[in-house]
Design a binder for this molecule. Structure first.
Ligand code: HAM
Length: 417
């Protein structure tokens, strides 16, 4: 038997309504915030992610699905949504439009990670990128967007952590201080962190290795190294959030796993879905559009992992509205009736009524059983007697009430139920 590749999942019909509900809610909230959808390709030139996500990140170093296509180009399946949006923004000259440009996407992403609950190799993101404003207001707006979406889904139990990782200048000073702090202990760091010490020391704070975790205890925090501009920006984000009633905890340990971030970074974290509790992550990225040759256009955004969101919804017992069941099932008694039933059902659909009939040659009892499985609201019976009189016998499944109707009045009747 051919099985699904490790770290991927089929979305089965009995679950698809949950995804549709999340996607619908995402689009509704996007409309409330005046964001427009953008769709970028599933794969990009590898260069887009080297430049966008950054060469010192785990994503680029270990997790990308990269291959050479038949034309000899290096291609990568997108590990996240932001870099592709930045590339598309520049390539399509979207910076010529009105700012801020508010974009959102629903996309699959690919990372070669060790699969576990909430961590897949193909997963899905609902992401948002607001481009063109360097004001702290838009950072707060993006965080409020994420919160509005998560609240609308009723996923209680989430905590918002925010931090500022400053600009290049702040980070230069901070990296020097961090290196100094780690100088004596560097031999005890894991191999990866030894490398990080030279490429991106801040990322050592994010290492899951218990020895590294212990070593960075008491390390200097970035917030003490922010320049005036970055500090003021962060203060303003915090005060706007508090004015909007959004509770946020400052955590200088939030450094994020992608290189493009500047200033504000944030995560919404749950402690009820295991180790992969970060449901949403995001932040500001003021140099990214420039990396793609698009001039000085600042940006800020976030992405929510849909699979983690579903785990959270299920663990919190939040209700996901079930799809409307079948309105009408028409059970024909024989071959002749089957032909007429086919036409009646076709007419009902023209009248926007969701209806179904038999295609398995089942007997009447088996058809009732089947209609019950489909949770049909009404079942109609069409036998030779009914055909002759031009009527249909109808049973309301929940009450057992039965009635007879002329075929010509069926659509009208079902429209009202
Ligand atoms: P990220 O933190 O790498 O950020 O991913 C965002 C979210 O995607 C995570 O919080 C998580 O819910 C989900 N996610 C990540 N990896 C996996 C995985 N292997 N399996 C399941 N879910 C996963 C970004 O991707 C940034 N592009 C977010 C952003 C947008 N920043 C600014 N704009």
């Amino acid at each position: 038997m051919i099985t699904v590749p490790k770290g991927t999942k089929d979305l089965l019909p009995q679950d698809s309504y949950k995804w549709q509900y999340i996607e619908k809610t995402a689009r509704e909230v996007a409309a409330l915030f005046n964001a427009k959808e953008i769709r970028t390709p599933t794969f990009e030139h590898t260069e887009a992610f080297l430049r966008g996500v950054g060469e010192t990140t785990d994503i680029v170093n270990k997790e990308m699905y990269t291959f050479t296509d038949k034309g000899g180009r290096s291609i990568t399946l997108k590990p996240e949504g932001t870099a592709g949006v930045a590339r598309a923004f520049v390539e399509n000259g979207l910076y010529a439009g009105a700012f801020p440009s508010k974009l959102y996407y629903l996309t699959q992403c690919f990372r070669y990670e060790r699969p576990q609950a909430g961590r897949l190799r193909e997963f899905h993101q609902f992401g948002v990128e607001f481009l063109g404003s360097d004001s702290a207001g838009i950072d707060a707006e993006v965080i409020l967007f994420a919160k509005t979406f998560l609240d609308k889904l009723n996923v209680g139990n989430l905590k918002l952590y925010i931090n500022s990782i400053g600009c290049k200048e702040c980070r230069k000073k901070y990296h020097a201080a961090l290196k100094e702090f780690l100088a004596e202990k560097k031999d005890s760091l894991c191999d990866l962190c030894k490398e990080r010490l030279n490429t991106n020391p801040m990322r050592i704070l994010d290492c899951k290795n218990p020895d590294c975790k212990e070593i960075v205890r008491g390390a200097p925090v970035i917030l003490d190294y922010l320049c005036d501009d970055c500090r003021e920006h962060f203060e303003r984000v915090k005060s706007l959030l508090s004015a909007a009633g959004v509770e946020a905890t400052v955590d200088p340990g939030i450094v994020r796993g992608l290189d493009y971030y500047t200033k504000t970074v944030f995560e919404f974290v749950s402690d009820s879905i295991g180790a992969q509790g970060t449901v949403c992550g995001g932040g500001r990225y003021d140099g990214l559009i420039e990396e793609f040759g698009g001039g000085k256009v600042p940006g800020v955004g976030f992405a929510v992992g849909i699979e983690r969101l579903l785990l959270l919804l299920e663990s919190s017992g939040a209700s996901i509205p079930e799809p409307q069941p079948l309105t009408f099932y028409l059970a024909p008694m024989g071959e002749e009736e089957r032909k007429v039933a086919f036409r009646i059902v076709a007419d009902l659909r023209k009248a926007e009524i969701n209806a179904d009939t038999d295609y398995m040659g089942r007997g009447i009892k088996a058809q009732f059983k089947y209609a019950d499985k489909l949770k049909a609201k009404f079942v109609g019976v069409l036998g030779s007697d009914e055909m002759q009189k031009g009527i249909i016998k109808i049973k309301e499944m929940q009450t057992g009430n039965e009635t007879e109707l002329p075929v010509s009045e069926l659509a009208e009747f079902l429209k009202k139920v």
